[in-house]
Design a protein around this ligand. Structure first.
Ligand code: GDD
Length: 320
């Protein structure tokens, strides 16, 4: 398939392209003109990169006309929940307006491509423990700026789909995922980088953390992008969750990472990392994607965390 990946230079984008190249897909990627090539530097000339801002309607439209993708996977987004509180308007501009621009250009194409819209488990908002695991039919109740942006994107996508039943567009709600190349601003990378800095003697042996009481449903990014491929290929126009179905306490993730280090590390709370509202628990049910698409996770969470820590160790050595 000839596919266009927005946010190709990001964490999930770079893993998705690694997978799709192995499958022989023709890949075009949109990257932001000011973002780094670091995650995709290893790809070389096998991928066609177009550096454009998705807010520029004419550019988006002319690129779609030129590339004529059969499918689009829309990954470009501001995805740090914690930082979205301080960057509300920016979050809305990047996640809502740029997306609306892309959708309009895609719908106007002579031959509209299939499209996979990346939403988030954050759209569900806080739910009591007895309501877990969450299924796709739960209502949206977003409580932070990032979640509001993703819920809006779902509504906008739904509006296009109602107007144009010929479009093969669908929504996916990924739950938390991590792995090599994940940037800072996400809990596993924030912890792993500090462990690697401490091991390298570049930081005092005191790790700064936020809320350790929360629980999240973590998967490996490489499992998540495999689901994206299956979803784009499928003819169903439904909404799907992608998750492991397991709730990992954040405190347990910290302990696992600390166990993997030979250093004695003190744990301290950094008040600035605490959020005005932090959903206590998010855990999903993955039966629908397993049943309909035969998706199965392949990575254990321990392996994911080991690979993430190795990534940060290598990066910190490289920065020396
Ligand atoms: N980022 C961060 N950094 N979070 C911390 C830290 C820290 O140092 N310490 C504790 N936490 C807690 C947060 O308060 C939250 O309860 C939990 O760890 C997970 O935080 P994040 O990794 O920032 O992820 P998230 O759950 O808010 O959102 C992620 O998952 C969504 C899907 O469920 C992101 O990947 C979103 O983009 C994604 O849509």
């Amino acid at each position: 398939m000839k596919v266009l990946i927005t946010g190709i230079e990001g964490f999930a984008g770079s893993h998705l392209v690694d997978l799709l190249l192995k499958e022989g897909w023709e890949i075009h990627g949109i990257k932001h003109p000011e973002s780094s090539f670091e995650n995709i530097a290893h790809l070389g000339p096998n991928v066609n990169i177009h550096a454009i801002d998705l807010n520029e309607h004419d550019q988006v439209r002319s690129h779609l006309e030129k590339i004529k993708p059969e499918g689009i996977i829309h990954l470009a987004a501001f995805s740090r929940v914690g930082m979205s509180w301080q960057s509300k308007v920016y979050t809305y501009r990047v996640n809502i307006l740029a997306t609306a621009n892309l959708l309009e250009a895609a719908a106007e194409s002579a031959s509209p491509p299939r499209l996979l819209m990346i939403s988030s488990a954050e759209v569900y908002g806080p739910l009591p423990k007895e309501k877990m695991p969450i299924t796709e039919d739960y209502p949206m109740n977003p409580v932070n700026p990032y979640a509001v942006s993703k819920a809006s994107v779902e509504l906008i996508t739904g509006q296009f789909m109602r107007e144009r039943p010929d479009l093969n567009w669908k929504i996916v709600r990924p739950f938390n995922h991590t792995g090599p190349r994940q940037t800072l601003g996400f809990v596993c990378s924030d912890f792993a980088r500090q462990v690697a800095l401490i091991e390298a003697g570049k930081m005092e042996p005191e790790i700064m953390v936020g809320n350790l009481a929360a629980e999240r449903d973590f998967s490996d990014v490489r499992d998540i992008v495999r689901a994206y491929k299956l979803l784009l290929e499928s003819d169903s126009a439904d909404t799907y969750q992608v998750c492991s179905g397991t709730a990992y306490p954040i405190k347990g993730i910290l302990e696992l990472l600390l166990e993997k280090s030979s250093r004695e590390i003190k744990v301290s709370v950094d008040e600035s990392k605490l959020r005005p509202i932090d959903t206590p628990m998010i855990v999903g049910d993955n039966s629908k994607i397993k049943k309909d698409l035969g998706w199965e996770p392949q990575y254990s969470f321990e392996k994911t965390l080991e690979d993430l820590l190795e990534y940060w160790r290598g990066k910190i050595k490289g920065d020396a």
